[in-house]
Design a protein around this ligand. Structure first.
Ligand code: ADP
Ligand code: MG
Length: 149
């Protein structure tokens, strides 16, 4: 599916709406985001977090690569417990080793976690096969092309 959003607000809304698809199991618990700086990935994650009922603001992790947020679902039987926001922008060196050191394979193999990864293309081969990929592209001004696979 490919669409174009015309404002940051629209991209947030998209993220917010997709939260329900993750919770229902229609989309994977692992969401891999790709695209250049400023293409809207963090904006999307803010909406996603809101859709998951996470209170407070999602900030772009600057030096911290992984941030954990508890999912305070009103539904006590909810399958999901924690939301992880990962930003690999600053990850360097031997990436496969770093991914292992960060414990990412553990995080995405735990079905109670929802994990969203910015700059996932840096570790494309390591991302689980079933992950949902979302590609962001800056089309100029406030337009962003968003492709969901
Ligand atoms: P990334 O995480 O990909 O680097 P951010 O979400 O941090 O990108 O930044 C996107 C920037 O572009 C923000 O300043 C946001 O307000 C702006 N913007 C303008 N139009 C859009 C849009 N349609 N979707 C998302 N962000 C947009
Ligand atoms: Mg970002």
């Amino acid at each position: 599916m490919e669409l174009i959003t015309k404002s940051a607000r629209e991209t947030q809304k998209l993220g917010q709406n997709l939260a329900a698809d993750i919770v229902s199991g229609r989309l994977s618990n692992t969401i891999a985001l790709s695209g250049d700086l400023g293409s809207g990935k963090t904006t999307f994650v803010q909406g996603l977090a809101k859709g998951l009922g996470i209170a407070g603001r999602i900030i772009s992790p600057t030096f911290i690569i992984v941030r954990k947020y508890p999912i305070n679902s009103k539904d006590k039987n909810s399958a999901f417990k924690d939301f992880y926001h990962v930003d690999l922008y600053r990850l360097e060196g031997e990436l496969d080793k770093e991914v292992f050191n960060l414990g990412l394979p553990y995080l995405w193999s735990e079905p109670q976690n929802i994990i969203v990864i910015e700059w996932a293309e840096k570790i494309q081969k390591l991302i689980p096969t079933g992950a949902t990929w979302i590609r962001f592209e800056d089309m100029g001004e406030d337009k962003r092309k968003i492709e969901i696979k």
